[in-house]
Ligand binder design. Structure first.
Ligand code: COA
Length: 383
């Protein structure tokens, strides 16, 4: 396998973008990435999107988007794994470059969720239709069950869940691309509208439009480009039972542990070596369980760790410096790619007010649905 690098990144602002269509968003992010990489062509592209068909009535999007990007003729592939689509699109690009098939690949993600579709219905199609969605449970409900199990088993408190949202909004305030650039207090979270007990409005990631793209390339191309070098040290992927009822322990997310084990092994590294993490906080409880599965904190101790400020910017282990899905927004197909972009910017020293001092190694963890799929990338900034 060849070494693989990221030399260009681009993303749109995340939010309710009424004046931009799905194709506008993807083209905007992709052109930024191409310009940022300073390349004059790409050999193929991967597009992560959860359900353009249900959100905007458009399928066959890889072909459409290669056309609108001015690259008609190249191989273009749509990648779907619910909210993990954008991360897995990058992994497909990684595999194509590592294998030697191509030298320069564009990978990204897009979702246009605010154009009038029944968003809750569309999102729920990523759960088990026969055993979950049919009975009326949607994603806030599924994560509420995970939260209850974690609270029961480890004594995690309602206040600790709120602290995740408070921290991520504090980070998002420093991110010009974030959907919600506002600070919130623990009290505001605790008093926000109940969505699925114990999860309230401010425990949830929002409904978002947006796109993100990266340029992935071989070592040769990276070194000749003159761009800052960020190496993809590992790219791993795992699955789990789709439906919660099939899992042994509702307070865990085994797909994350599986992907993490492989990523740490392939990168020849361990959690303590990583300087900055982007994790999939689609609901506050998700961030708590994920940081346990990644080995950042001991199992059952994530609530206390967040409350102690360990995972804040300036803390020992900064998590979700971008604002996470909670504050930056969650255009489901684009999220995984945007997480990787935050890590690249951190490793390049380009993260502005969100910069983690001397960041050299970063990890991005992206998952689909309630953890039925997970993809993890470990990246290294080479000075
Ligand atoms: N965080 C912060 N503010 C939010 C928000 C969120 N997650 N969701 C909505 N808001 C704000 C809106 O901006 C709006 O503010 P305004 O009145 O000042 O304009 C207000 O809250 C009401 O918004 P509305 O769009 O009516 O909310 P809603 O009740 O339709 O949707 C949720 C709220 C939580 C149900 C929705 O955001 C949701 O489904 N989130 C989860 C998405 C999801 O499941 N993703 C996949 C994960 S696996």
């Amino acid at each position: 396998m060849r070494d693989v690098y990221i030399i260009g990144v681009g993303m749109t602002k995340f939010g309710e973008l009424w004046d931009k269509s799905l194709r506008d968003l993807f083209v905007e992010a992709s052109l930024q990435a191409i310009e940022n990489a300073d390349v004059d062509h790409i050999q193929s592209m991967y597009v992560g999107a959860m359900s353009a068909g249900l959100f905007v009535g458009q399928e066959h999007i890889a072909s459409l988007l290669s056309d609108y990007l001015g690259n008609e003729g190249i191989p273009a592939t749509h990648v779907e794994s619910a909210c993990a689509s954008g991360g897995i699109a990058v992994r497909q690009g990684y595999i194509e470059v590592a294998s030697g098939i191509s030298d320069i690949v564009l990978a990204g993600g897009v979702e246009k969720m605010n154009d009038g579709a029944d968003v809750t219905f569309a999102l729920a199609t990523a759960s088990d239709q026969e055993y979950e969605a049919f009975h009326g449970v949607t994603f806030p409900g599924l994560y509420a069950m995970i939260a209850r199990a974690h609270m029961e088993k480890y004594g995690t408190t309602r206040e600790q869940l709120a602290e995740v949202a408070v921290k991520n909004h504090e980070h998002g305030l420093k991110n010009p691309n974030a959907q919600f650039q506002m600070a919130i207090s623990r009290d505001t979270v605790m008093k926000s509208t109940m969505v699925a007990d114990p999860l309230r409005l401010l425990d949830c990631s929002p409904v978002t439009d947006g796109a993100a793209a990266v340029i992935i390339c071989s070592e040769d191309v990276a070194k000749k480009s003159g761009r800052p070098l960020v190496k993809l040290r590992a790219s791993s992927q795992a699955t789990d039972y789709l439906a919660l009822h099939s899992r042994k322990d509702l307070a865990s997310l085994p797909s994350v542990a599986r992907a993490a084990k492989k990523a740490y092994k392939d990168a020849d590294t361990k959690p303590e070596d990583i300087d900055v993490f982007e994790v999939h906080d689609c609901f506050t409880i998700a961030e708590l369980v994920v940081i346990e599965e990644l080995g950042i904190v001991e199992r059952g101790k994530s609530g206390a760790a967040v409350e102690a400020g360990i995972t804040r910017l300036g803390g020992k282990i900064p998590v979700n410096t971008s604002g996470g899905l909670k504050s930056k927004g969650h255009p489901v197909g684009a999220t995984g790619t945007a997480q990787i972009i935050e890590i690249v910017e951190q490793l390049r020293g380009d993260a502005g007010d969100r910069q983690v001092t001397d960041a050299r190694l970063g990890l991005a963890q992206n998952m689909g649905g309630s953890g039925g799929s997970c993809v993890i990338h470990i990246l290294e900034g080479i000075s």
